[in-house]
Write a protein of this length. Structure first.
Length: 549
């Protein structure tokens, strides 16, 4: 680059450092020929298009091409790799994935392991619902870098979506977390005696329309405030907290955000509040802070609700389950002491929507409609084969699918297409209104649960709307949630033993209109008074259990 080119590059960097993104774009496009646009300049140009005010979809697509050119000009340099990382991230936003995988594999072949790039491709495969590839690359990262907390957690979590691990496998992998989570030299816990039991929860998910909030509301609305003081430690972004419904916050005596605190700062502020019982609502999910629990926040630490498996920590004293989820002989594969609620492990506070006995869609459509609104990550290849088999056996049947998170559906369509007609499946977009989402259940005759990773919130939604949910028996807490829900509803006929039985039960119910009508009426008549939605009964059971420990 000549002296003039160097001066121009310096000017670009000055404008960029001052975040004058519009000026950066104008200056580069007016003063640099295509030849003069180095990888570094192209990278800056693309980032500026994304960061400028009122950045549009046109800017996104234009930036993607800048990042592409940046990478292609200098494939084997740090600058080229930086461009590729930006290319992958912006392509994700534009729902473009093919070239991201192509360029990644090209780079993997020539340069080998690049940490940031491998993590970036994991996110691509996650969006594509290719869980096998997610696990494959997480395993490669661990092989290169050893056990890292975040990577090991993701590796364990994503294995929950597939039928390959036993609970012994989960346990043996999860207990490794205790070895790698940091140990801090903090002051000992010194709890002062108080008239009330100080009960605290830690979560990053207590925000508007998140399913955890609806389950938590069951107990906090009905708690005996003469016995318990309630505190919420939030690890959520404060902007997201603004979405928290006021009718949720009012039940807590204190609401403390720890998102911007490091571990030691968070430990100190939590301990300062003299908590008696600390309940983790995240486990290995969400923006968890398991390292805080390893260093002990309270004399009694409990895992409940947000993650239905073991934390792997010996410092997590208890795991709340129910008798349908973990059998006595299986307790050895959970690091916590398993304690049981008498009926069900959680209960929903209900939905702000009047319940009606909706007509059977089959009667109006003259065809049976199956449905699942579970996160598409839960729809693995085994699930697709089974559901396809059902569609093939029930003449004219349809399947409605909708994911709660952003997913690319073309890969899933291709897999379905191997086993059944893709024309029989509808992929719905996320609804803006939660009420609109619930009303979609009016179009479903029979809901199909995923396995081994069961639906929970979606099952409660379907049942609230009078739709039966067909489930399969599992082998651990996570894969028996559907079984526990149906047992507590008195619908053991909708619990299948295996894949063959699952298909048989689905086909049998689809072909027996009167049996289906009878089950739907039973759900409508009994759901609200069952343990699934009886908030006061559940609350009594829950706090009786806490008082015992």
């Amino acid at each position: 680059m000549n002296d003039i080119g160097v001066m121009k590059a310096v000017r670009v960097k000055e404008l960029f450092s001052k975040k004058n993104y519009e000026q950066v774009i104008v200056f580069i496009e007016s003063n640099f020929s295509n030849i003069e646009q180095t990888s570094e300049i192209l990278n800056i140009l693309g980032v500026s298009k994304l960061q400028k005010k009122n950045s549009s979809n046109f800017d996104l697509l234009s930036a993607i091409e800048n990042f592409r050119e940046c990478y292609l000009k200098e494939k084997n340099t740090n600058q080229g790799i930086e461009g590729l990382l930006n290319f992958i991230a912006s392509s994700n936003k534009a729902n473009q994935y093919e070239d991201s995988i192509k360029y990644f594999k090209e780079t993997e072949l020539t340069l080998g392991y690049i940490p940031k790039l491998f993590l970036a491709i994991v996110n691509v495969y996650k969006i594509l619902n290719d869980i096998e590839s997610v696990i494959y690359y997480l395993k490669k990262i661990m092989k290169k870098e050893g056990m890292r907390n975040e990577v090991l957690q993701r590796y364990i979590y994503f294995n929950g979506y597939l039928n390959k691990w036993s609970q012994k496998d989960f346990f043996e992998n999860t207990i490794k977390l205790e070895e790698i989570l940091p140990q801090y030299n903090c002051n000992k816990i010194n709890i002062q005696k108080t008239r009330k039991i100080k009960l605290a929860f830690l979560s990053a998910d207590i925000k508007n329309e998140h399913s955890i909030a609806a389950f938590l509301k069951t107990i906090i609305k009905n708690v005996n405030k003469d016995k318990f003081e309630l505190i919420l430690f939030s690890n959520s972004n404060k902007n997201k907290e603004d979405e928290t419904p006021p009718d949720l916050k009012i039940y807590f005596d204190k609401w403390i955000n720890i998102q911007n605190l490091n571990d030691i700062e968070a430990i100190n502020i939590i301990r300062k509040n003299n908590i008696n019982i600390m309940i983790d609502l995240m486990g290995l999910s969400s923006l968890n802070r398991l390292s805080l629990f390893k260093n002990r926040l309270a004399p009694i630490q409990v895992l409940w609700l947000g993650y239905n498996n073991t934390s792997g920590l010996s410092q997590m004293d208890y795991l709340i389950a129910d008798p349908n989820l973990i059998y006595p002989e299986e307790k050895i594969f959970y690091s916590e002491k398993v304690i049981y609620l008498p009926e069900i492990w959680n209960s929903h506070s209900g939905f702000e929507l009047e319940r009606n006995h909706y007509p059977l869609p089959q009667s109006m459509n003259k065809q049976v409609t199956f449905g699942s609104f579970n996160n598409f990550n839960k729809i693995n290849d085994d699930v697709i084969k089974v559901w396809s088999n059902i569609l093939n056996k029930v003449e004219g049947s349809k399947l409605i699918l909708k994911s709660s998170t952003k997913k690319e559906i073309n890969r899933m369509k291709k897999i379905f297409g191997k086993y059944t007609s893709i024309e029989s499946i509808s992929f719905l977009k996320t609804k803006k209104s939660f009420k609109e989402h619930l009303y979609l259940y009016k179009n479903i005759d029979i809901a199909l649960d995923t396995f081994p990773y069961n639906g929970v919130t979606t099952s409660f939604e379907a049942i609230w709307m009078g739709v039966p949910v067909l489930v399969m028996k599992g082998f651990n807490f996570n894969s028996r949630c559907g079984e526990s829900i149906n047992k507590n509803l008195g619908l053991v006929d909708l619990i299948s033993n295996d894949e063959i039985d699952y298909v048989y039960k689905a086909v049998d119910l689809a072909n027996d209109k009167y049996k289906l009508l009878e089950i739907r009426k039973k759900i409508f008549d009994n759901a609200i008074t069952s343990s699934l939605f009886d908030a006061k009964r559940f609350t009594n059971n829950f706090f009786n259990l806490l008082e015992k420990i």
